[in-house]
Write a protein that binds this ligand. Sequence first.
Ligand code: GSH
Length: 232
Amino acid sequence: MAAAGGSGGELKLLGTWASPFVQRVRLALSLKGLDYEFVEEDTKNKSELLLASNPVHKKVPVLLHDGKPVCESQVIVQYLDDAFPGSGDGELLPSDPYARAVARFWGSYIDSNFFAPWNKSFYTTSEEEKATEMGKAQAALETIEGAFTEMEKGKGWFSGEDRPGYVDVLLGGFVGSMRAYGVVVGVDVLDAARTPRLVAWAECIVALDATKGKVIPEVERIVENARNYMKK
Ligand SMILES: N[C@@H](CCC(=O)N[C@@H](CS)C(=O)NCC(=O)O)C(=O)O
């Protein structure tokens, strides 16, 4: 790991271990080979540092670079490329402006069209709404699978390179939660019949050296966490 402290300032990440948005930032930090201090937050009792660092949304993740806060996971991942060019295996976003725009488009689509309805399906108590929102999330994943097929260029990553890039990191943060959802709710979000290529891609994400045991938590741990939440 490159010590960010030596080459580009001190990095501190405010997060929770279970947050998929935090996991995508940790994925990016690992792939860029950057050392950082992880500070576990309690979102029921937020620290003064979190509230002061992200006064608008009051959410994790927040990256502190030499004490300066950067908020919102997609912004943080982009910032890491800007602030640490050439670190690790290189940039997560492509260098070509058009390819960068395409990658950012899919990043935005993942959060708005996949995550938002999927999250709603988990929290709603209406069975009808649960099914509707889950249907929207799965339809979005099918669209994302189509994008993957166009972008991966035989390499197995959205980046179209031998290593994961921006879109891989953004969707990769959700892989642990998607797997746990299947156990807790009994519905496979990543369904081999609908999105076989994303199922295979997810295997590659969890098998990455950069993630193994460090970034994407064990499914059992996320399941236990979700079950505890549901009991409350
Ligand atoms: N759009 C944000 C979403 C972050 C988010 O929803 N964080 C959740 C944890 S997964 C959080 O901090 N929740 C606490 C709260 O809403 O009070 C991002 O991409 O960073």
